[in-house]
Design a protein around this ligand. Structure first.
Ligand code: NDP
Length: 396
């Protein structure tokens, strides 16, 4: 029985609040805080209607450490679940250190003016969390998050060594807008327009953005889709923690429509993350674009279809070559019926809740900063099946 503070009331924060509210024996008290309190209040009202539970809400600017410290001191949670944006990771970690509470997030820290997708800033907190006897769990979403746990599970049960890893993320859903992103538009576009990168024989190999593609035939009737090679942050920790790995890549599906819109936006400079002069003011084009695009939290009622995210692995077991594919399929409309959200927020929010559950129930403990694959995958995998993200293993 523990009290948690959830920060961020967007698409993912809303799902996390709903899923925590469904598990009252672990999350006995919930505070949801964000920059815009009315969004927290709307989520709290929906939770009350669906589960009968009352959660507290608060306003906070998560860029401001003293404000965060005051909020944490006032509500005294056992841990903070950070579902704000990657820009706030370090300020929230600082506030957790100052107040002595554990920390969890779903995306690595990003400086506003650089799209890096690197763990170096957060890994630098290792000693400070260790000295305080606190745990920081990084990347407890789906990818990063469940994909790391799938790898840890495969490493523990299916292989002696994993040699080749392909993480493949397919969203076969349709929201009906000409162009919208399924999670925060700014982070999504920064990620997709960045140079591609994969790891082979100990080295990173760079590719032009979205210049490599493959067709993959997804299971359970989803069928063949074009997938594009991208850099994704979980590769950085996985190549360190999976023994014997020779190559690791990440792929994501995009529709032609999405790619055409993105190309035009990029060509006219709307995806730039640096400041430009406009009518005597400085604006950052991607931030302006974000204000024009649909809010990911609004896509729930209109999104149909399914996601399929999984890890395809080749390696050896008992001297024999084998492959294994571990995946989850998630239905957008089923997520909407359950918590009022589309599947991208749902597949991120459920693992954030389960990560917190692992920490609060003592299944995952540690002092310092951890990536997901460093923890025992079994209790987490068990909870995925129970809380809405069942998984399938196909071995050959
Ligand atoms: P949204 O943009 O929908 O929500 C972000 C929320 O954070 C909003 O409520 C926003 O407030 C709040 N926020 C932003 N800045 C501040 C601040 N300074 N102080 C307080 N609150 C703030 O994003 P998503 O819900 O789509 O994404 C949330 C996180 O999840 C992101 O970090 C994203 O990268 C990550 N993610 C991870 C995935 C994974 O699989 N690992 C997949 C998808 C997302 P306001 O409403 O006022 O703007």
């Amino acid at each position: 029985m523990a009290k948690v503070l959830i920060i961020g009331a967007g698409g993912v924060g809303g799902v996390v609040a709903h899923k925590c509210a469904q598990v009252a024996d672990v999350f006995s008290e919930i505070v949801l805080a964000s920059r815009t309190k009315s969004k927290c209040d709307a989520i709290a009202a929906d939770i009350k209607a669906r589960t009968g539970r009352t959660i507290e809400t608060a306003q906070v600017d998560a860029d401001n450490v003293p404000e965060l410290v005051a909020l944490i001191k006032a509500c005294k949670p056992a841990m903070v679940l950070n579902l704000a944006l990657p820009y706030q990771d370090l300020t929230i970690m600082d506030a957790c250190l100052e107040t002595g509470v554990h920390y969890l997030d779903t995306a690595n820290y990003e400086p506003l003016d650089e799209a890096k997708f690197e763990y170096k800033w957060q890994w630098a907190y290792q000693e400070r969390f260790r000295e305080k006897g606190l745990m920081a769990l990084l990347g407890s979403g789906f990818d990063p998050g469940v994909t790391n746990v799938f790898c840890a599970y495969a490493q523990k049960h299916l292989f002696d060594e994993i040699h080749v890893l392909d993480i493949i993320d397919c969203n076969a859903g349709d929201h009906g807008h000409p162009f919208a992103t399924n999670f925060n538009p700014e982070i999504n576009i920064r990620e997709v327009t960045a140079r591609g990168r994969y790891w082979e024989r100990g080295e990173w190999v760079e590719t032009d953005p979205l210049s490599w593609a493959m067709n993959y035939d997804f299971p359970e009737g989803i069928g063949p889709k074009k997938c594009f090679l991208m850099y994704h942050e979980e590769l950085e920790s996985l190549v360190q923690n999976l023994k014997g790995l020779k190559r690791a890549r990440f792929w994501m599906t995009f529709s032609d429509n999405y790619l055409n819109h993105l190309k035009v936006l990029e060509n006219v400079g709307m995806t730039r993350i640096d400041e430009v002069e406009h009518n005597g003011h400085k604006i950052v084009p991607i931030q302006f674009l974000r204000s024009l695009l649909p809010d990911p939290a609004s896509l729930g009622p209109r999104t149909k279809g399914r996601t399929c995210i999984g890890c395809l692995m080749q390696g050896v077991k008992d001297g024999k070559e084998k492959t294994a594919y571990i995946y989850n399929i998630c239905d957008h409309e089923a997520c909407y019926r359950e918590v009022g959200s589309q599947a991208i927020s749902y597949t991120t929010g459920v693992p954030a809740m389960i990560g917190a559950m692992m920490m609060l129930t003592g299944k995952w403990t540690g002092q310092g900063v951890f990536n997901m694959e460093q923890m025992d995958p079994d209790p987490f995998m068990e909870k995925l099946n129970l809380h809405g993200l069942p998984w399938v293993v196909v071995e050959k």
